[in-house]
Design a protein around this ligand. Structure first.
Ligand code: UDP
Length: 332
């Protein structure tokens, strides 16, 4: 198969590219490097079955050409990361809505299947964990920037489902839950790469709020395996699936666990949300997926637990950190 991956130079997209090429498929990626990086794909540049275009998805003629040449599309290009979203809401809304709109209209003309990656963020403030795909989406007010991300992704989902129901374009929607692994950057707010870097540098580990909020973290290799299995399955079309791990940990426990596994003496520093993000920032106290639907559909369950996940991130950051400059004593 020949797959197009939008956002293929990003964290998840580059791992998806690796796994698809490893299975003998051809891959074209389209990425504007807004949050992705050439470093994530530089090892693939000479691969016979791989090619890349560094451009915006809003270049409609190029998008039409690469969709036409592909057998199916994984749509991962998006504005992501709570920090980026709070700081750049216009970019978030426009990128997430316009790119998906354009892709679905182009794909529909050629009837190319599209898998849309959405996010657990769409469940918003729903307090009834675990989240089922049919659970309510509970958003906060439009005056709080964070919700623009959830709403823009919810619109993407509505569009994808509408294209299937109304135009018979095969689409699949997935909601990724806190996906983590090598190559993820902490620059846009993601907690695990941030804590690992802080612990490795001996800097304070910044726990926002009181650290009692919890998350479930999924290794990127598990998430990517699910994306591929869903794309290969006929039963997934027109459906929404959670992709996540259901092993829960509080953020304070996470900070302590990372500090221990790194062997760091970093202190843990509690930072108010108003300082970390913005005044009146709303965080979700718990976020846990129900993964029965995806297990029943394709037999997928996560295989990688939290400790190996953390070790893979620690190893990655250790290997990519700048080698310290050691002063050479002057010859006497
Ligand atoms: N978080 C934190 N310190 C940081 C970054 C994040 O305590 O330096 C917290 C954040 O408030 C949230 C959790 O870690 O409760 C996960 O944050 P992330 O941005 O990775 O993902 P989210 O689940 O919020 O989308």
């Amino acid at each position: 198969m020949h797959y197009l991956i939008t956002g293929g130079a990003g964290f998840v997209g580059s791992h998806l590219t690796d796994q698809l090429l490893g299975r003998g498929h051809r891959v074209t990626i389209l990425d504007d490097l807004s949050t992705g990086s050439m470093r994530n794909i530089s090892h693939l540049r000479e691969h016979d079955h791989f090619r890349y275009f560094i451009d915006t998805m809003l270049n409609a003629p190029l998008l039409a050409e690469v969709v036409d040449e592909a057998d199916a599309v994984f749509h991962l290009a998006a504005a992501v990361g709570v920090k980026l979203i709070v700081e750049s809401p216009v970019r978030t809304i426009e990128t997430n809505v316009r790119c998906t709109e354009l892709l679905l209209s182009v794909a529909s003309k050629k009837n190319k299947p599209v898998l849309i990656t959405s996010t657990s963020e769409v469940y918003g403030k729903n307090a009834e964990v675990p989240f089922h795909e049919e659970s309510d989406l509970v958003m906060g007010p439009t005056t709080r920037g964070r919700w623009s991300y959830a709403c823009s992704k919810a619109i993407d989902e509505f569009l994808a489902i509408a294209y299937w129901r109304e135009k018979k374009l095969p689409t699949i929607v997935v909601r990724l839950f806190n996906t983590v692994g090598p190559r993820q950057t902490g620059r846009y707010g993601m907690v695990i790469p941030r804590f690992v870097e802080q612990a490795l540098e001996g800097a304070p580990i910044t726990v926002y709020g009181d650290g009692t909020n919890s998350r479930c973290f999924t290794h990127v290799n598990d998430a990517v395996r699910a994306l591929i299995l869903l794309m290969e399955s006929d039963t997934a079309i027109g459906e929404v699936y959670n992709i996540g791990n259901n092993q829960e940990i509080t953020i304070l426990e996470l900070a302590e666990r990372i500090r221990r596994r790194v062997g760091s003496s970093s202190e843990i520093s509690f930072v108010p949300y108003s300082v970390a993000y913005e005044e009146n920032f709303e965080d979700m106290p718990r976020r846990m997926p129900s993964i029965e639907k995806i297990r029943d559909a394709i037999g997928w369950t996560p295989r990688i637990g939290l400790d190996p996940l953390l070790d893979s991130v620690i190893h990655y950051h250790r290997s990519t950190m700048a080698v310290p400059v050691v002063a050479i004593p002057a010859a006497s």
